[in-house]
Design a protein around this ligand. Structure first.
Ligand SMILES: Nc1ncnc2c1ncn2[C@@H]1O[C@H](COP(=O)(O)OP(=O)(O)OP(=O)(O)O)[C@@H](O)[C@H]1O
Ligand SMILES: [Mg+2]
Length: 224
């Protein structure tokens, strides 16, 4: 269970302050797929980077399964990022000189997954996301965009994180592939009981989520 309360973030820049996230509160259950929509510059990516501890809020609390993330020290934050949260990006962000399988295994290594189990776990994950076994040893450049995103999803979920943060995961894909990817996110979220937050501009993608949240100039509201 993710509980976010009164999260607030202002960027101080030479050109003035930008109040990017304003007093945001919401909850999301394990296994739930939540879409976050909103105009460009409304604060979607900033919110995800606060939740993934890539950036620190000015105030507010993020409670994941009873653990207050704001109270973690620096090693605790690093451990959280490698074990409890997975990221999926628009541009896939796979490591180009590693194969699909090696990309997944590297995430398991970062998460200190037992060495002897990494190969089997990578195989299991690539199978779960539907990557053809004959393609597991290809580098990302030899895979289609949709296949690369499947590998990125396998990587994000491999170490069984509780939280997956996906920023425009379908933004580089055609509509049909995008639909398949969001269905895949839902399937893996369900299988692994992880909370998945998906930022999207695409109304059709958002409709596939269990719930939709809209952010407008930093203010988050539930769409009912
Ligand atoms: N590191 C930063 N320093 C200063 N301002 C920032 C920083 N990151 C984001 N902003 C500003 O905060 C606001 C929210 O940005 P954010 O990237 O969260 O928007 P977004 O909803 O993800 O937009 P998009 O849909 O275009 O990706 C914008 O006004 C942006 O210019
Ligand atoms: Mg963004």
């Amino acid at each position: 269970m993710l509980k976010v309360e009164n999260l607030d973030k202002t960027f101080r820049t030479g050109a003035g302050d930008v109040h990017a996230v304003r007093d945001v509160s919401f909850e999301a259950k394990d296994g739930e797929l939540v879409a976050i929509i909103g105009a460009s510059g409304s604060g979607k990516s900033t919110l995800l980077s606060l939740l993934g501890l890539l950036d620190a809020p000015d105030k507010g609390s993020i409670d994941l399964d009873g653990i207050e993330l704001a109270n973690l020290d620096s090693p605790g934050r690093t451990q959280f990022r490698s074990r409890q949260v997975g990221f999926v990006f628009q541009q896939f962000n796979l490591i180009p000189n590693l194969s699909a399988r090696e990309n997944v295994k590297l995430a398991l290594e970062f998460a200190h997954w037992p060495k002897n189990d990494r190969d089997a776990r990578a195989h299991e994950m690539l199978n779960l996301v539907g990557l053809d076994a004959s393609k597991a040893d290809r580098r990302p450049a030899k895979l289609s965009g949709g296949e690369q995103q499947r590998v990125a999803i396998a990587r994000a979920f491999a170490a069984q994180p509780q939280l997956i943060l996906a920023d425009e995961p379908t933004g580089s894909l055609d509509k049909a592939t995008g639909q398949k990817i969001v269905e895949l996110l839902r399937k893996v979220a369900n299988t692994q009981k992880a909370t998945v937050l998906v930022v999207t501009h695409d109304e059709k993608i958002a409709k596939k989520a269990d719930r939709r949240l809209e952010i407008d100039d930093g203010i988050l509201k539930e769409i009912t």
